[in-house]
Write a protein that binds this ligand. Structure first.
Ligand code: GLC
Length: 668
């Protein structure tokens, strides 16, 4: 049966008392527990490819030229071939993007490694002689005294039959020890794990497919984890943020491309957004997207969806990041498939507006940044990220840029677009100026005067220099810089957060110069930020008294574990995207190499513990889906950099939104 998208969406509505289009239905009830059950009609999804698939024009020569000159000026160290790749990968507005189905080889230049082959061969010899073996002397990663219901998947989520449970293979020497980035074998044909990597990719695809969640016979997402040995708690759910790399993997896959799962996911979560969301007697904003959802079967095998908007989450915090990730993935889907009809649906337009209205409404704010509660994003436990955390600000900016391309100016749309433009401008100014830290800026803050009144104040937020933690002075290299974790009155959280920094690069929230400096940071602080298993979610860990007061004695977030300085391989795709955008793929390649040495053998854990990420996380789930899909996306990005177009916001567009010019810092 073939139906139009509109009909399809109509079928998504509950049977009872559907209001007239375009409004989404919001008549479902909350149960006593705060759970929400869906009463959708029998037929759910269109079979086959979406209706009205639109092919797009692709050539953006002007954009590419100006982008080239921008980046080549800023990043003199980028090799010619890398720059070409970078410029060809950066993209213009959504409307000018080509469908991936169109397969237009002229649009993107494949990464040419031929010039590097000789260098790579020479350097790999040198490198192998420099590698040292692991020391077994490192202490256990966390303090000893510190210390989600079995997956009830819909239909096919049985344990991976063909896949060996856990391989016990000796570790290889660690390339992060005594290896210089310059000598890194970029092409890596000589690497002994090339065969393993192919098998690992195959295994990853098989595992990713097994994690598929079906609703009424249609794929709607992927389970967070499929660990047969651990209590599933809420890991048997589809998390919105976790699904992003899974969705991207399906959108990037060349053969057997399956965008339906992404489309179904987008529509399903949009439908869930339409529910009335109540926690105790308080109703959440209309635009809030779920953190996660799951499919439940009653005794008659009738399927219903149950969603969590924070009401069941640790700390009862709504996921601020979910709506942003939803908008970002929607745009990636459209860029991949060319299916503009999806974004043009009144329901989808409304969903985007509701998300943005939550963030753009007038209030008491004096900053363009978004005020958040602790635990409202990937770090979904108390970790001192309340206030204006960089992860949310970067995602907010990215979502604004994506929505800007997809929102139609009809009716109230024009006014919303104007508000978006203003916010984009103010937000990028604020982040680039006040979140940026490099050696020069650190020295400025160190010498700040306090108690300055009036708008001429240099120390605008009255940060007391004594509040700068000692570790920052050692951590900050002469070459490099990064966006700090949080800025608010008298408070600068100097910690490094990976997601915010990488998203800031991919979305062009930071200037090209700042993006280069962030990549320098990875090189300069490799041991701290990448170590033996990529990637540190935050650096450094909170310890002792600080851990007690900031986390509230959280036994899961002990030092160098989980969100508190733990290492998350799932984030490898974000690093890879940032590396390709900045023309530094060798950094990503080296990190992927580390992942390939252990991740599959260790059973695809959720996270690793320890200062260098040597130990499988204390409470880490195995067969964590985004560890699997994050790896696949990283591989598809590095092997075919043109895949980055699904994520990029072009610098060309930046010029359209006039921005204040920042001076180049003297430290890089
Ligand atoms: C953990 C993570 C969260 C993730 C969830 C499912 O709670 O902190 O970010 O979405 O697991 O994997």
């Amino acid at each position: 049966m073939t139906r139009t998208l509109k009909e399809l969406f109509e079928a998504e509505r509950p049977e009872a008392s559907s209001p007239p289009a375009p409004a989404l239905v919001t008549n479902e009830k909350c149960t006593e527990q705060g759970d929400l059950t869906e009463q959708s009609s029998a037929s759910e999804y269109l079979e086959g490819s979406p209706a009205g698939l639109k092919e797009l024009s692709v050539n953006e020569a002007g954009t590419e030229d100006s982008l080239m000159s921008d980046l080549q000026l800023q990043n003199a160290s980028v090799s010619e071939s890398e720059s070409m790749m970078l410029s060809k990968c950066d993209s213009d507005s959504l409307g000018n993007e080509g469908s991936r189905r169109e397969k237009s080889p002229d649009n993107f230049i494949e990464f040419d490694t031929s010039k590097l082959d000789k260098k790579a061969a020479d350097s790999s010899k040198k490198e192998s002689s420099e590698r040292q073996s692991y020391s077994s002397a490192e202490k256990t990663p966390t303090e000893r005294e510190d210390s989600k219901e079995k997956a009830e998947p819909a239909k096919v989520n049985e344990p991976c039959g063909k896949i060996p449970a856990e391989k016990h293979t000796a570790l290889k020497t660690c390339p992060s020890v005594g290896t210089s980035l310059e000598s890194f074998d970029f092409k890596d044909n000589s690497s002994s794990n090339i065969g393993e990597s192919v098998t690992m990719v195959e295994e990853a695809w098989e595992r990713l497919k097994k994690s598929t969640v079906f609703f009424k016979g249609n794929p709607v997402g992927t389970l967070a984890a499929m660990d047969p040995t651990a209590e599933s708690l809420n890991y048997n759910q589809v998390f919105v943020r976790d699904f992003v790399p899974s969705g991207l993997a399906y959108l990037m896959k060349e053969d057997d491309n399956q965008p339906e799962i992404v489309r179904n996911f987008l529509l399903k979560t949009l439908h869930l957004q339409g529910w009335e969301k109540r926690i105790d007697n308080f109703t959440l904003g209309e635009g809030v997207m779920p953190a996660s959802f799951k499919v439940l079967f009653d005794t008659h095998q009738k399927e219903t969806l149950v969603a969590d908007f924070g009401g069941s989450a640790i700390g009862r915090v709504a996921p601020v990041d979910s709506g942003f990730w939803w908008i970002i993935l929607l745009r990636s889907y459209i860029k991949s498939t060319g299916d503009h009809t999806l974004a043009e649906l009144p329901e989808v337009q409304r969903g985007m507006k509701l998300i943005l209205n939550l963030c753009l409404s007038d209030g008491f704010d004096t900053f363009p940044t978004l005020l958040c509660a602790d635990g409202c994003s990937m770090i979904d436990r108390r970790m001192g990220i309340y206030g204006y955390p960089i992860e949310i600000q970067a995602l907010f900016y990215f979502a604004l840029r994506c929505a800007r391309q997809m929102l139609k100016p009809e009716r109230d749309g024009k006014e919303l677009l104007e508000r978006i433009d203003k916010r984009i401008k103010a937000l990028s100014f604020h982040i680039q100026k006040y979140y940026w830290l490099d050696n020069t800026q650190l020295n400025n803050i160190y010498r700040y005067k306090t108690e300055e009144y009036s708008h001429t104040a240099v120390n605008k937020f009255n940060v007391i220099p004594e509040s700068i933690p000692d570790w920052v002075f050692d951590f900050m290299p002469l070459r490099g810089g990064y966006l700090i974790g949080n800025v608010s009155p008298a408070r600068m959280d100097f910690r490094w957060f990976l997601i915010g920094n990488c998203i800031a690069i991919v979305s062009s929230l930071v200037t090209p110069v700042q993006a280069t400096a962030i990549m320098d940071m990875f090189e300069e602080r490799w041991e701290d930020l990448i170590g033996e298993m990529p990637l540190k979610i935050t650096y450094p860990a909170l310890e002792g008294h600080e851990w007690r007061t900031v986390t509230g004695f959280d036994p899961k977030n002990t030092r160098w574990s989980y969100h508190n300085g733990g290492s998350w391989p799932a984030l490898i795709w974000l690093l890879t995207a940032a590396c390709i955008k900045t023309g530094r793929p060798q950094i990503a390649k080296r990190a992927i190499d580390l992942v390939e040495q252990r991740l599959s053998k260790d059973g695809w854990p959720e996270y690793y513990d320890g200062k260098t990420g040597r130990y499988i996380g204390k409470q880490a789930r195995k067969y964590q889906t985004w560890s699997i899909s994050g790896y696949l996306v990283a591989k598809m990005l590095i092997e075919n950099p043109s895949n980055l177009r699904l994520l990029l916001i072009s610098l060309e567009e930046d010029k359209k939104i006039a921005k204040p010019r920042l001076k180049r810092s003297t430290s890089f």
